[in-house]
Design a protein around this ligand. Structure first.
Ligand SMILES: Cc1ncc(COP(=O)(O)O)c(C=O)c1O
Length: 454
């Protein structure tokens, strides 16, 4: 038999505990602040939106948090996900680098988002909640929550950013197959949506606006909670299953990454793979170079300011300390819908401030170049979000070739692009525009950041 390609774990190896990086950081994350008083939030402030167990997970400093058995049982439908050695890409690049990717596109909705959707649906069901509301950009998160709602018998309503809603009608159909309702955002169903539509009837929408809509409905109905697909500490916690499995798979492969790479929208995909490796490093283990990849059109980590800001455009959410482009930010209509958020997970922002990770921004055309090159070698058609990580991987592998170094590179292939074919058609037709976020617009948005007493 030839050299091994897939490292596949037995179902019994699905982690029994999630990993929380807070326990290993040299300083604790800054507290979230109440949007009205600007004072640190208490658990009661979050109770209208989240069930008690998720509020506890949001603030815990415990290193390990047990994964409930009913969640592990559903994880078994697609986990453990494979770790794949990209031997054909290595050959195509003629690089001495060893390239591995964790493939999260094997979940039924098609991405990593299901790891937290299942957990969030479980805890809400346990707390007696009947309905969940949420936002979605690319549609991957909305589809995942729809699937999780079907598993636990919860109603799900998804506000989908208008640009993606129009680009991807089949995502809506998929959510409906799993019993969820999907509406284009901004919508006339909420005060927040109506306000935006009155001022900007032609808006392409944004995650910040869609979050305001979903939060508004949850806050007004006792039987309804809100679920967020990224950014928050508990979401990053749930995504740690990716890196925890990868650690076991690298042991099987008798290898260990020198470089770990992920694309970053709200940060949970990147953190999911990277944090368990950073945890090993922080506890005295091997050092890794960690690189977060984002679009130049939404350059949160590379050009945003590390400051307190609102999580949404309507200013209904708590303020968190993060890299932000300003909550009024509406990105240009590029194709990686899941990377269009104005902020970044506070924990990803903090590890960047601590110098534990670096970030790079890419234009979409070179990302699609990389995605197509990857698909022609490895077969899998990547989601546009994931092509940002692949661009970085190929650049690093070519650097290895130039320098004659055989480094091990690991990345998270967060999802497949089967619902993103319009993006690929536009790429082949030469219709993609590469846009930098204008410096003057950025500075104006940052000037409006909320003033928080030191
Ligand atoms: C395929 C895919 N990858 C990555 C992301 C970004 O995820 P995160 O917010 O966890 O950074 C998304 C978000 O929707 C996505 O759909």
């Amino acid at each position: 038999m030839g050299a091994q390609v897939k490292y596949v774990l037995d179902e019994t190896k699905i982690p029994t505990e999630w990993y929380n990086i807070v326990a290993d950081l040299p300083r604790p994350p800054s507290p979230a602040l109440h949007p009205g008083t600007l004072q640190p939030l208490g658990p009661a402030d979050l109770a209208p939106l989240f069930p008690p167990e998720l509020i506890m997970q949001e603030v815990t400093a415990e290193r390990q948090v047990p994964i409930p058995e009913p969640v592990r049982e559903i994880y078994r439908q697609w986990r453990p996900s494979p770790l794949i050695r990209a031997r054909r890409l290595e050959a195509a690049l003629d690089t001495p680098a060893r390239i591995y990717f964790k493939y999260e596109g094997v979940s039924a909705p098609g991405s990593h988002k299901l790891n937290t959707a299942v957990a969030q649906a479980f805890y809400n069901k346990e707390a007696g909640i009947r309905r969940l509301t949420t936002e979605t950009g690319a549609g991957q998160w909305g589809s995942s929550l729809a699937y999780a709602g079907a598993m636990f018998g919860l109603e799900v309503r998804v506000f989908m950013v208008r640009a993606s809603f129009n680009q991807k009608p089949y995502r809506k159909a998929m959510m409906e197959v799993w019993g969820a309702k999907c509406v284009s955002s901004p919508s006339t169903e909420t005060e927040a949506g109506r306000r935006v539509l009155a001022e900007h009837p032609d808006t392409s929408g944004s995650l910040g606006i869609a979050i305001s809509e979903a939060v508004e409905i949850a806050a007004q109905n006792a039987d309804t909670n809100y679920a967020l697909g990224s950014v928050l500490n508990h979401v990053l916690l749930h995504q740690s299953v990716i890196g925890l499995e990868a650690l076991q798979q690298f042991e099987m492969a008798d290898d260990y990454p020198d470089i770990v790479i992920g694309c970053a929208g709200g940060g949970s995909n990147f953190a999911g793979l990277v944090f368990p490796f950073l945890g090993e490093q922080l506890r005295g283990g091997r050092k890794v170079q960690a690189i977060a990849c984002e679009p130049t059109a939404c350059p949160t980590l590379t050009r945003g300011r590390y400051a307190y800001d609102f999580g949404d455009t309507g200013h209904l959410t708590p303020l968190v300390r993060m890299h932000t482009l300003g909550s009024a930010f509406v990105p240009p209509g590029f194709h990686a819908g899941g990377l269009r958020y104005h902020g970044m997970a506070p924990l990803v922002s903090l590890v960047q401030e601590l110098g534990l990770i670096e970030s790079r921004a890419y234009n979409q055309t070179p990302c699609f170049d990389a995605g197509v090159q990857f698909a022609r070698a490895e077969g899998i058609v990547p989601a546009p979000e994931a092509t940002h990580a692949i661009r970085c991987v190929i650049d690093e592998a070519l650097r290895c070739k130039q320098e004659g170094t055989a480094r091990t590179i690991a990345f998270n292939l967060s999802g497949h692009g089967h619902f993103d074919m319009q993006a690929y058609l536009d790429y082949f037709a030469g219709k993609l525009e590469d846009r930098n976020y204008d410096e003057a617009v950025l500075q104006a948005a940052l000037a409006d950041l909320p003033k928080v007493p030191a």
